[in-house]
Design a protein around this ligand. Structure first.
Ligand SMILES: NC(=O)c1ccc[n+]([C@@H]2O[C@H](COP(=O)([O-])OP(=O)(O)OC[C@H]3O[C@@H](n4cnc5c(N)ncnc54)[C@H](OP(=O)(O)O)[C@@H]3O)[C@@H](O)[C@H]2O)c1
Length: 235
C-alpha cells in the first residue's frame, strides 16, 4: 500500500505558497517532506519536516537522505523557497545580493542536483520550481535583483528539461504574479492587485493548483506556467 504513495519534497514549506503546496499534495495522498529554517514537526505521519537553511548544501543532503530513509524515494521536488528584496537596484547591499543568491539560486542548485540523482535511480520524476512573472519589468516596482535569479531559474528549467527528458524526468516552473502571502503586508494589497490585468493579487492556493496540475501532466516539460492574472501577456 505505502509503496504506491508518491513522495514530494517541498522547500520553503512553513508558510505562504509552500504551506499551500504541502496541503495540496496531502489532499492527493502524497507523502511530503517539508523543509524551511523554522519548520516544526507535523502531527501528520505522512509529513516529515526537516529544518535548515536551503542555501546550505548540508540541508539539501539531509532533506533528500531523510526522504529516502523514511519514504523510500523522491518522485517530485518543488523548489519553492525564495526571498524578495524590493529596494531600488542601486541601494542593494552585498548582504542583500548574497541573501537572495543563497536562497533563490544556491537553494535551487544543491537540492535539485541531489533530487534528480535520486529520480534517475527509478527513471522517473518531476522538478517544479516557483519562479516569478518577471519577464517584463513593472513600472514603479524594483524587480532587477529578483529577475537576476528568477530569470536564471526559468532558463535552467528549460535547459534541465531537455537534458533529462531522455531519462524520464520532467522539469517545469510556475511563475506567479504578486500573490497574497506573508511576503506582502495587507496595506499594499490593493496597489499590488493593480499590477495584474485581472485586477487582483493571486491566492497561494492558485499557485499550488498549478503545481499539482504540472505534476499530473505527463507530456508537459520545459514549461513556464504563468499564474499571474495576465501580467506576462501585456498591460
Ligand atoms: N508572494 C508573491 O507575491 C510571489 C510572487 C512571485 C514569486 N513568488 C515566489 O514564491 C515562492 C514562495 O513565496 P511566498 O510568497 O510564499 O514567501 P513567504 O511567505 O515569504 O515564504 C517563504 C518561504 O521560504 C522559506 N525560506 C526563506 N528563506 C529561507 C532559507 N534561507 N532557507 C530555507 N527556507 C527559507 C521560509 O521559511 P523559513 O522562514 O522558515 O525559512 C518560507 O517558508 C518564492 O520563491 C517567491 O519568490 C512569490
Amino acid at each position: 500500500m505505502g509503496a504506491l504513495q508518491k513522495v514530494v519534497v517541498v522547500t520553503g514549506a512553513s508558510q505562504g505558497i509552500g504551506a499551500e503546496i504541502v496541503k495540496a499534495f496531502r489532499k492527493l495522498d502524497y507523502r511530503v517532506v517539508a523543509t524551511s529554517r523554522s519548520i516544526t514537526p507535523s502531527a501528520d505521519p505522512n509529513i516529515l519536516t526537516v529544518a535548515g537553511d536551503i542555501g546550505d548544501p548540508a540541508t539539501a543532503q539531509r532533506v533528500i537522505s531523510e526522504a529516502v530513509a523514511h519514504f523510500g524515494r523522491v518522485d517530485t521536488l518543488v523548489n519553492n523557497a525564495g526571498i524578495y528584496i524590493g529596494k531600488p537596484f542601486t541601494e542593494n547591499t552585498l548582504e542583500d545580493y548574497n541573501s537572495v543568491m543563497n536562497v533563490n539560486m544556491a537553494g535551487f542548485f544543491h537540492i535539485t542536483k541531489l533530487a534528480v540523482a535520486e529520480m534517475e535511480k527509478h527513471a522517473s520524476g518531476h522538478v517544479v520550481t516557483v519562479t516569478a512573472s518577471i519577464e517584463n519589468g513593472i513600472s514603479g516596482a524594483s524587480m532587477a535583483l529578483a529577475a537576476l535569479t528568477k530569470g536564471g531559474l526559468n532558463a535552467a528549467t528549460r535547459a534541465l528539461a531537455i537534458e533529462y527528458a531522455g531519462k524520464g524526468i520532467r522539469v517545469n516552473a510556475v511563475a506567479p504574479g504578486v500573490t497574497k502571502t506573508p511576503m506582502h503586508a495587507e496595506e499594499y494589497h490593493e496597489m499590488l492587485g493593480g499590477f495584474h490585468p485581472l485586477g487582483r493579487m493571486g491566492e497561494a492556493s492558485e499557485v499550488a493548483d498549478a503545481i499539482v496540475f504540472l505534476d499530473s501532466a505527463g507530456f508537459v516539460t520545459g514549461e513556464i506556467l504563468h499564474v499571474d492574472g495576465g501580467q506576462s501577456a501585456g498591460r
